[in-house]
Design a protein around this ligand. Structure first.
Ligand SMILES: [Zn+2]
Length: 246
């Protein structure tokens, strides 16, 4: 079956299945209806075609990628995430706009160009939103959803799921507050409904994060900056001058 041609609709569907799997969401047709914003009958028809073509398998209501389907899905996701890196790191496009733009690029980049892009970009392992680039090895980060964080915890944002990448308002909100991958924050409080208040470092700005958004932001725990504390501790050892005088 085709793996070398130009098939945007097929690729869009396989990419969506891959992303839902990656987010740990059981893949059923209703999720594809939401993710792709297509009608239920249209999704149903396309799923039937993808199954007939050997890209998808169904077990009850759950959809899974066949080996052929996974291979094509990973190739498209890889091109999408490399394109996002090129757009943000080289071309200077704002972080919040890279996803939409890369949705077009992913269908026209050849395997050869993807390989060269990877070298040009210095072998990145994630897209600018922290989602792993397929083919760059296992993701060894130990991440948990921000929704599980407790007051007093210090966390570093590592990954914004694809579900948020398609949500322009959420991306703007995160950007405005400087809560982007790599940024650290301290959880200052947690409301009964699960809304978190974060203090973003180093600016110290406050930011509220709804439970739904917190579920889609994956963080690593960040130790309270021992690297900064170390020199301060070392400072009293400015017994060095004393040594010098001796
Ligand atoms: Zn991305």
């Amino acid at each position: 079956m085709p793996g070398d041609g130009f098939h945007p609709p097929i690729e869009e569907y396989l990419e969506a299945v891959h992303e839902l799997e990656e987010e740990g969401t059981p893949v059923i047709q209703a999720r594809l209806v939401e993710r792709l914003d297509h009608s239920a009958p249209a999704v149903s028809e396309m799923v039937r075609r993808l199954r007939d073509a050997g890209y998808l398998e169904t077990a009850g209501r759950t959809l899974t990628l066949t080996d052929t389907g996974r291979c094509l899905a990973e190739s498209v996701v890889r091109k999408h995430r490399l394109a996002e890196r090129l757009l943000t790191d080289v071309i200077g496009l704002p972080w919040a706009n890279a996803h939409v733009e890369a949705c077009r690029w992913e269908h026209v980049i050849s395997d050869d160009v993807a390989g060269r892009l990877e070298v040009l970009l210095g072998h990145p392992t994630t897209c600018p939103h922290g989602n792993p680039i397929p083919g760059t090895g296992p993701d060894l980060r130990r991440l948990t959803p921000l929704s599980q964080a407790r007051p007093g915890e210090r966390v570093r944002l590592e990954r914004v799921t694809e579900q948020i990448e398609i949500d322009g308002e959420a991306l703007e909100y995160l950007s405005e507050h400087g809560w982007v991958p790599g940024a650290e924050a301290v959880v200052s409080s947690r409301a009964p409904d699960g809304t978190l208040t974060l203090t973003i470092e180093p600016a110290g700005r406050g930011m509220a994060v709804s439970p739904a958004l917190a579920q889609q932001l994956h963080v690593a725990s960040a130790v309270a900056a021992p690297t900064v504390a170390a020199p301060t501790v070392a400072a009293p050892t400015v017994a060095a001058p004393t040594v010098a005088t001796a």
